[in-house]
Ligand binder design. Structure first.
Ligand code: 8YV
Length: 327
């Protein structure tokens, strides 16, 4: 009788030709439907497999792994992994991996695109035109804020933050950043970015971009108090995680002129979007697509496949996946 191969679960339709590589080592349980799983369905799926390749939609904590006796590895497709309870996984001896680097430049491109769209009111202008309001050209219509010559604040100066800083120097922006720890001088020089305290960043930025990893500690870091410290002419862009911003406080600030505009790619309850934000015209809303170029999404899946193969003890990096989290 042929020896049975480890079984892995692929939670969402990704790219069949990229995923096919898993078939060289594993029995693959996959789906052709974009699926929304209940926590119980995630537990049930994990109970039957040795490994899993998942997206941010699947939240995995101690409850989901309680019955997963065979589970050895989870490969997350994404650099952010707040959907995983890493301490619980480590305690159970389950390896977790993520997909850094491959999405850095694409995500930085998008952060910049969202910043430009927000500051120059591009989606609002398009909506206005499509709705048939353009009867006569007028000099003061839909005036926005400049990027060039302005001060860009970057909160979270990891790989993506640095990518945004590099782009900003092409726009002659002054770049300030705040991060858990100050970057080495050489990196500051290369990115032409200066370190400032959190409050100074809020107060001085004409445009503030959030690119920090989400944790319990920074839940609603951008709250009413933080928003009050920002310039009323400022733009806020969030491509990190929705929970970093208190969306109610943000909607209030945008609605009462305490903040000029916001560009949001991530939301606390996504895919649900706070109706107060939906009702505002000075906010650009996109459905968590910052890493979404075709090439990059393929590269992310490919890296997650490599990670899973290695974490399960196969392939060139057998046993020591390069992108292990919390190791
Ligand atoms: C991914 C992201 O699309 O990498 C991240 O942290 O938020 C996005 O790039 C998402 O994680 C897919 O699971």
């Amino acid at each position: 009788m042929a020896e049975s191969r480890p079984r892995v679960w692929v939670s969402q339709p990704l790219f069949d030709d990229v995923i096919a590589r898993l078939g060289e080592y594993f029995e693959v349980v996959s789906t052709s439907q974009v699926s929304e799983y209940t926590p119980q369905q995630v537990s049930a799926a994990l109970a039957e497999v040795d490994g899993a390749l998942i997206t941010l939609n699947e939240r995995i904590g101690s409850e989901q792994i309680a019955g997963a006796q065979r589970l050895r590895a989870i490969a997350n497709v994404g650099v952010g992994y707040n959907n995983l309870d890493v301490p619980a996984l480590s305690a159970a001896g389950i390896i977790a991996t993520n997909t850094p680097d491959v999405l850095t430049e694409t995500t930085a491109d998008f952060g910049f695109a969202l910043l430009m769209a927000t500051a120059r009111r591009i989606t609002e202008a398009e909506r206005w035109l499509r709705e048939g309001h353009w009867r006569q050209w007028s000099f003061q219509n839909l005036l926005g804020a400049d990027l060039h010559g302005s001060t860009l604040g970057i909160l979270g100066m990891g790989r993506i933050g640095q990518g945004i800083a590099r782009r900003a120097s092409g726009f002659d922006m002054k770049v300030l950043y705040h991060n858990r720890s100050r970057l080495p001088e050489a990196v500051e020089r290369q990115t032409r970015a200066s370190y400032v305290g959190f409050d100074a960043l809020l107060a001085q930025a004409d445009h503030l971009v959030l690119v920090l990893p989400y944790s319990k500690e920074n839940h609603h870091l951008i709250d009413a108090r933080a928003l009050l410290q920002m310039k009323p002419t400022a733009t806020l862009v969030n491509i990190a995680r929705g929970g970093i911003v208190d969306e109610g406080a943000l909607a209030d600030a945008l609605g009462n002129g305490r903040l000029a505009a916001a560009g949001l790619d991530v939301f606390e309850g996504e895919p649900a979007v706070d109706p107060r934000l939906l009702a505002l015209r000075n906010v650009v809303l996109t459905p968590h697509i910052a890493s979404g170029s075709l090439a990059t999404r393929r590269a992310m899946v490919s890296l997650a496949v490599d990670n899973l193969i290695a974490a399960m003890g196969f392939g060139p990096d057998a046993g020591s996946p390069p992108n292990q989290i919390g190791a």
